[in-house]
Ligand binder design. Structure first.
Ligand SMILES: [Zn+2]
Ligand SMILES: [Zn+2]
Length: 241
């Protein structure tokens, strides 16, 4: 037992993300220098920078997000080395789907949506998670499904761009590409305790999105970074401002 702890401690530096100090989630590597970070951490960082956070090389002058890639091998290693990490991550994702009232996709065991509640390498415990859902038999079933990453998944960052509304505690989410803008509005309204989802507009590249558009449609028509999570903003409807 002790031996195992020491070993994990020794390799921690290689399996943690320099940006959040958590274990790597959705490990993503800079093509040029091969430094690895959580995808959400790296993408967020590259919104403001174009250099590698570790070695500072310029990844690309204008489109750094196109020169980073998912590192499945590294993620598999992290999950194998850190007991409970993958389960904790999958549980968070399932809870997310339940809160949104959506069906839990079969591939949820595969990739991680990187919310910030990583296992903390400093104490080896899961950081506070609001309400731990009891797993139903059905969820257990989902867990037994394979690792396939379905194309019908989309990672999203939901940012608030109005001082009239709060930001979300967990703004990085992952859900079915078939979900609509209306689903997101309902999700945000619930999180922020708004009386109606109708009070919100959701924007992509400064354009208001129609509530019936699927996220797949938004990604295809509005989003230029095909590999990066979809960045959406929300704010109160114009006539409420
Ligand atoms: Zn990170
Ligand atoms: Zn680097």
């Amino acid at each position: 037992m002790l031996t195992r702890k020491i070993k994990l401690w020794d390799i921690n530096a290689h399996i943690t993300c320099r940006l959040c100090s958590g274990y790597l989630i959705d490990a993503t590597t800079v093509t040029e220098c091969l430094h690895t970070f959580c995808r959400s951490c790296l993408v967020k960082y590259l919104e403001e920078n174009n250099t590698c956070p570790t070695c500072r090389i310029v990844i690309h002058q204008s489109h750094p997000l196109q020169y980073i890639g998912h590192d499945r091998t590294m993620q598999d290693i992290v999950y194998k080395l850190v007991p409970g990490l993958q389960e904790a991550e999958m549980r968070k994702q399932r809870e997310f789907y339940h809160k949104l009232g959506m069906e839990v996709p079969g591939d949820i065991k595969g990739e991680a949506c990187s919310a910030k509640q990583h296992l903390d390498p400093r104490n080896g415990e899961t950081k506070a998670d609001e309400g731990s859902n009891k797993e139903t038999a059905e969820e257990k079933q989902e867990e037994d499904n394979d690792y396939h990453r379905s194309d019908e998944q989309v990672s999203i960052c939901l940012e608030c761009n109005s001082s009239k509304l709060r930001g979300l505690k967990r703004k990085w989410i992952r859900c079915s590409a078939q979900a609509t803008v209306l689903h997101l509005k309902k999700f945000i309204a619930k999180k922020l305790n708004l009386s109606s989802f109708n009070e919100l507009d959701i924007l992509c590249n400064e354009e208001i999105l129609g509530k019936d558009h699927t996220l797949k449609f938004v990604v295809v028509t509005r989003w230029r970074f095909k590999k990066a999570p979809l960045l959406l903003h929300y704010r109160p409807k114009m006539d409420l401002l």
